[in-house]
Ligand binder design. Structure first.
Ligand SMILES: Cc1cc2nc3c(=O)[nH]c(=O)nc-3n(C[C@H](O)[C@H](O)[C@H](O)COP(=O)(O)OP(=O)(O)OC[C@H]3O[C@@H](n4cnc5c(N)ncnc54)[C@H](O)[C@@H]3O)c2cc1C
Length: 282
């Protein structure tokens, strides 16, 4: 377990908010924006869900104190969506209220397909009223996503597009990488009509597709974001930022890193060992 903790360190900025904010400061110095994720999902009790909510409120205050260029990303099952939808909604509203006071923004990550509709319903119940400072995530692996994106574009929502990190059945999700990729490109081209679309991927072809769709729609490099995960392709973040793109790094912190790290290993087996071999520095 200790060896695994050492390996996971590459992807996790630390155990505490202070360590995470320090990592964000380093990114900001290099012209990179960040989003903080307090690791945790599928909470077991109401108390845990409420404590996660307090943690995010504290994180927002630390971000403001540090004057960091950083927003937050959160998971609704960490706020209790798996226990009671109204508990998750109350917790989310408290965090959004604090974020609004501080002029900040929160992104609702997308979890496994059991939660897709519930997550979107909760999002629609709060956006754009009473909260405009919230966005959501769509996964190109899911067959339903084209319809969801059409609706989100209609509502002028801020969307992060990703491929999807959860294993889903063939009935609802594309199984071939080529299909997931094609759908990513299709959805990216739709999303350039929505405000500040965010393209969350390490895949240069997907980035190139999104950037050319944005350019064709008349967007400037500052009208969309390219987002990548902490620890993955750090040289590429800096290269893209130097080219004038808005690059945001997703920075997880906390002690509940195992499910997050397991998803990174499933995506790419090398992620288990790359901290030792140093092969992921491109
Ligand atoms: C900012 C951000 C937020 C995310 N939020 C969510 C979320 O809310 N919900 C969710 O389900 N998923 C989320 N994800 C995860 C996402 O769904 C994918 O599982 C993950 O990004 C891997 O897919 P990929 O787009 O990087 O492409 P992949 O298909 O994994 O990789 C494509 C290509 O990218 C390059 N590449 C990838 N990784 C590396 C590396 N380590 N080193 C060098 N080259 C590499 C290679 O050329 C590779 O062939 C998020 C991802 C990001 C970046």
């Amino acid at each position: 377990m200790r060896a695994l903790t050492f390996l996971a360190r590459r992807f996790v900025a630390g155990d505490t908010i202070d360590e995470a904010v320090e990592a964000v400061r380093v990114l900001n110095r290099d012209g990179l924006k960040a989003t903080l994720d307090n690791l945790g999902e599928e909470t077991k009790t109401r108390e845990e869900a409420e404590s996660a909510c307090r943690e995010y409120v504290a994180a927002l205050r630390k971000i403001a104190e540090a004057e960091a260029d950083c927003n937050i990303s959160l998971k609704l099952t960490q706020f209790g969506l798996n226990l009671d939808e109204s508990l998750a909604r109350d917790n989310l509203a408290r965090v959004l209220e604090e974020a609004r006071k501080l002029g900040n923004f929160a992104r609702i990550d997308m979890e496994g397909s059991d939660y897709t509709q519930k997550t979107l319903d909760l999002f629609y119940s709060l956006f754009p009223e009473p909260f405009a400072n919230v966005g959501v995530v769509i996964q190109s692996a899911l067959r339903r996503s084209e319809q969801d994106v059409a609706e989100l574009v209609r509502r002028k929502a801020r969307v992060r597009l990703v491929k999807g990190a959860y294993k889903e059945p063939a009935g609802i999700a594309f199984q071939k990488k080529s299909e997931v990729d094609e759908n990513y490109d299709r959805l990216a081209a739709m999303l350039v009509k929505a405000p500040m679309p965010a393209f969350g991927t390490h895949d240069d072809r997907r980035i190139a597709g999104a950037v050319s769709a944005a350019r064709a729609a008349g967007l400037a490099k500052t009208d969309y974001e390219i987002q990548m995960l902490y620890g993955v392709r750090p040289k590429r973040w800096r290269e893209l930022a130097r080219e004038g793109h808005r690059v945001r790094v997703y920075v997880p912190y906390g002690t509940h890193w195992l499910p997050y790290y397991s998803r990174r290993i499933r995506e790419r087996k090398e992620n288990l060992f790359f901290a030792l071999r140093g092969i992921f520095s491109d």
